[in-house]
Design a protein around this ligand. Structure first.
Ligand SMILES: [Zn+2]
Length: 285
């Protein structure tokens, strides 16, 4: 069986019974979790404040929230406490740096990715691309591991081992993606200015009620319309993850008409509407 997870929204009761409250303990090292990982990297968020209009966060059911700043403690900006300070800062700083370089390159070339077959990590990182691509992958494993833990899904041991230095994960794949639905939204954004959006589509959880456990998990992090997808399945697979390639493929995700429509309406709302009423905003925090 499969179900979608969104923070704060009711979910399938059989799935809900399998979720754990993982807040308070660092899922990477096991110490007390006293740090709130940014849902989107702070440097990505800061880019959103470069325009004349304050950025708007949109959630399920058309909810919107005006973002107050990239360091806000709001749930739209941060995950809950599932990492410790040391893991979220000193231990993962090299991963964050590699991600910042990648993300800046994605933004620089944003209008061209739709026609591109892949992303040239050799051009982005130079001769050190192999080690930098691993760091980039580890950034996403750290970030999406926080999303999993925040939603009550324990990240598999392979993700912890990968962050600790293992060169691969037998049961987790990481892929570069370009999403047709988000490309539609991006084109709308571009009619009005230089910025696009940051997206965290619903995570998708696989579970077995008979075996009483969660068996798989998928999540995506999108800038504009390109980004990274993570797929964990308890059955080891022959994952051909992006970080093993100098020129990894950009996998195209076909448009989902319902989602594309919802996204277009959200983009138009973000671009043109008045800020949401305080009452609405407070309810979403
Ligand atoms: Zn830790």
């Amino acid at each position: 069986m499969a179900g979608d997870l969104r923070a704060g929204r009711g979910t399938n009761p059989e799935l809900a019974a399998l979720l754990e409250d993982l807040h308070g303990t660092c899922w990477w090292c096991g110490k007390v979790a006293d740090s709130l990982e940014h849902r989107h990297k702070r440097t990505d968020l800061e880019r959103l404040w470069e325009g004349s209009r304050a950025p708007v966060w949109g959630g399920d059911g058309g909810r919107v929230e005006t973002l107050r700043g990239p360091n806000s403690k709001s749930r739209s900006v941060r995950f809950g406490a599932v990492l410790c300070q040391n893991c979220n800062n000193a231990r993962s700083q090299p991963f964050d740096r590699a991600y910042e370089v990648f993300s800046a390159a994605l933004v620089d070339g944003m209008d061209g990715w739709w026609e591109a077959d892949g992303v040239d990590l050799g051009a982005i990182y130079g001769p050190e691309w192999r080690t930098e691509a691993l760091k980039l992958a580890r950034y996403h494993v750290k970030n999406m591991g926080c999303q999993m833990a925040d939603h009550g899904v324990r990240p598999p041991q392979s993700m912890v081992a990968f962050l600790d230095g293992e060169p691969s994960m037998p049961d987790v794949g990481l892929y570069l993606v370009k999403s047709e639905s988000h490309y539609g939204g991006h084109k709308l954004f571009r009619q009005f200015g230089p910025n696009s959006g940051l997206f965290r589509p619903d995570d998708h959880v696989y579970f077995s009620p008979t075996r009483g456990r969660i068996t798989g998990y998928e999540a995506m992090a999108i800038i504009g319309y390109v980004g990274v997808a993570l797929a964990w399945s308890e059955a080891p697979d022959d994952h051909d993850s992006f970080f093993m390639h100098e020129f990894p493929v950009l996998n195209q995700i076909p448009a989902d008409p319902g989602f594309a429509e919802e996204l277009a309406s959200l983009v138009l709302q973000a671009l043109g509407n008045d800020p949401p009423q305080d009452a609405d905003r407070e309810r979403n925090l």
